[in-house]
Design a protein around this ligand. Structure first.
Ligand SMILES: NC(=O)C1=CN([C@@H]2O[C@H](COP(=O)(O)OP(=O)(O)OC[C@H]3O[C@@H](n4cnc5c(N)ncnc54)[C@H](O)[C@@H]3O)[C@@H](O)[C@H]2O)C=CC1
Ligand SMILES: O=C(O)C(=O)COP(=O)(O)O
Length: 464
């Protein structure tokens, strides 16, 4: 945890020591609290949850990153996770960012992290092929009685009757082909658009619904994709429906997706519709799904998520969240997340964040100090920040200011040797001045002693 800022006399200061930079005219003193002594200056600490691919973790240079996988790291600068349900108390005050090795971030308290000024990243597309392959498998599982057939063969095998009875029982397990049937894809992002493309290659007609589709996804769609205006058209017209949208835990009327596959939609579906859900279980109203089956539908629900109501229903096939569990997807997602974290920690760059605006600024020169500031997106904060820099006689070389909804993010490169004769006597004092500006949440002075240079305001108090 960051410790409360101590009076100037009890600070100790860290001077840059990286040999390659000793010639740099840089005497950039940053305050460190004694209680942070276990947080060895010179390394970034990355806390992981879940099993993260070693290939992804190997992207961190061992000399400057310590990855903590087997214990709680109270000085984590970054958190890397998969489906672990992250609690706020698991995010130490030292944490600058969180990366989800995967797509869905509904296991992270994203709005709270935004309030705390912490960007949450994900890895768009990194596991999409793995999920798409299992969606195609789900279409087949829902079409042919494969699971039931395997069960029956096991039972017969136990009795030593498998060879003898196989040709007699197989008529119980007939099915239908995908070719010529209509698949509705709800959510045409990385997974949905790839599913649409490959389903068309299997001879299916594709109907899609996604009011927020990106151009990149649109370009992947098969030419004959029919885009429709609402989910009702999808359910009313399709033999198969694949759900590929994020879970947002509020009601659809409030912009969320909780239970968006509602009773109304299910009751309007074709009697033998196969619904494939590799997105999230909470998207579906399970009670309504059970009622749909029990009211005489021959539909099938294939899902990647546990469901205590539907788990043993004869019309369901549930898998233990296996969509992204391939070597390739795990490596790709963890590698992307590692790179994203490093770019953010070392350069302040924001790419693939679900709560912060994309921000890039070309790399700084040797005589530049890069300052990154997170602030509330309200009038006057940027002016006040620039005012503090002016008070310090600081020359700004380049800067970028981005905002998205209630958060703003600034990366400002300033000249290194200009801190003189201004309001602040040291870089540490300047950092305190900037961080205590009304509306500022945190600041980082990016220097070459990794793990240092971060300050934030917590309940009106200054912490480094
Ligand atoms: N089973 C598994 O292991 C995995 C599951 N997923 C789930 O799949 C979801 C989708 O993943 P990606 O395709 O990679 O994400 P993506 O962000 O590329 O695509 C999501 C698409 O859904 C659209 N969308 C959002 N709300 C919608 C709505 N209400 N109606 C229609 N379209 C809507 C968006 O515009 C976007 O195009 C993830 O959010 C995650 O929950 C993702 C990866 C692995
Ligand atoms: O990427 C996603 O959204 C997933 O659901 C994958 O989850 P996992 O990383 O396999 O726990």
């Amino acid at each position: 945890m960051l410790s409360k800022h101590l009076p100037t006399t009890s600070r100790h200061f860290v001077r840059l020591l990286r040999p390659s930079l000793q010639t740099r005219p840089f005497s950039f003193d940053l305050a460190l609290d004694h209680k942070q002594a276990d947080n060895v200056p010179g390394t970034f600490h990355v806390q992981t949850y879940n099993a993260i691919s070693p290939i992804g973790l190997s992207k961190y240079p061992a000399s400057t990153y310590e990855v903590v996988t087997d214990r709680v790291c109270p000085t984590a600068h970054a958190i890397m996770l998969r489906s672990h349900k992250l609690k706020e108390e698991e995010v130490p005050h030292t944490t600058r960012c969180i990366a989800r090795c995967g797509a869905g971030t509904n296991n992270i308290p994203v709005s709270r992290m935004t309030e705390l000024g912490i960007p949450v990243f994900n890895t768009p597309g990194a596991n999409a092929n793995a999920v798409k392959e299992l969606v195609l498998c789900g279409l087949l599982l829902g079409s042919r009685k494969i699971v039931q057939g395997i069960g029956a063969m096991r039972e017969l095998g136990d009795k030593g009757e498998a060879r003898e009875k196989v040709e007699k029982i197989k008529s119980q397990f007939g099915g239908q082909e995908l070719k010529g049937k209509t698949l509705g894809v709800i959510g045409l992002g990385h997974i949905g658009s790839a599913t649409a493309r490959d389903a068309a290659a299997l001879g299916m007609n594709v109907v899609g619904y996604d009011p927020g589709m990106s151009i990149e996804s649109a370009l992947k769609l098969p030419n004959n994709t029919k885009l429709v205006e609402n989910m009702k058209s999808v359910f009313a017209n399709c033999d198969y429906v694949s759900l590929n949208i994020p879970y947002i835990p509020s009601e659809p009327s409030e912009g969320g997706t909780h239970g968006i596959i509602s009773r109304d939609l299910l009751m309007s579906a074709k009697k033998n519709c196969v619904i494939v859900n590799f997105a999230r279980g909470e998207l579906v109203d399970s009670e309504a799904m059970k009622d749909w089956f029990d009211s005489g539908s021959d539909g099938v629900y294939v899902s990647d998520f546990p469901d205590d109501l539907l788990y043993d229903h004869p019309n369901t096939i549930l898998l233990p969240h296996l969509g992204a569990s391939t070597e390739e997807a795990e490596d790709a997602a963890a590698s992307m997340a590692s790179n994203t974290i490093q770019n953010f920690l070392e350069n302040g760059e924001i790419v693939n964040s679900v709560n912060f605006p994309e921000t890039r600024l070309e790399s700084r020169g040797d005589t530049t100090v890069r300052i990154a500031i997170v602030n509330e997106n309200k009038t006057g904060v940027l002016a006040a920040i620039l005012g503090e820099l002016a008070n310090a006689n600081i020359n700004i070389l380049q800067q970028v200011n981005r905002s998205s909804s209630n958060i703003a993010y600034n990366v400002i490169d300033v000249e290194l040797d200009t801190l003189s004769e201004g309001k602040f006597k040291s870089w540490a004092e300047l950092q305190e001045g900037l961080t205590m500006v009304d509306g500022v949440i945190s600041s980082r002075f990016m220097n070459d002693v990794y793990g240092t240079g971060y300050a934030k305001k917590i309940e009106g108090n200054y912490y480094v």
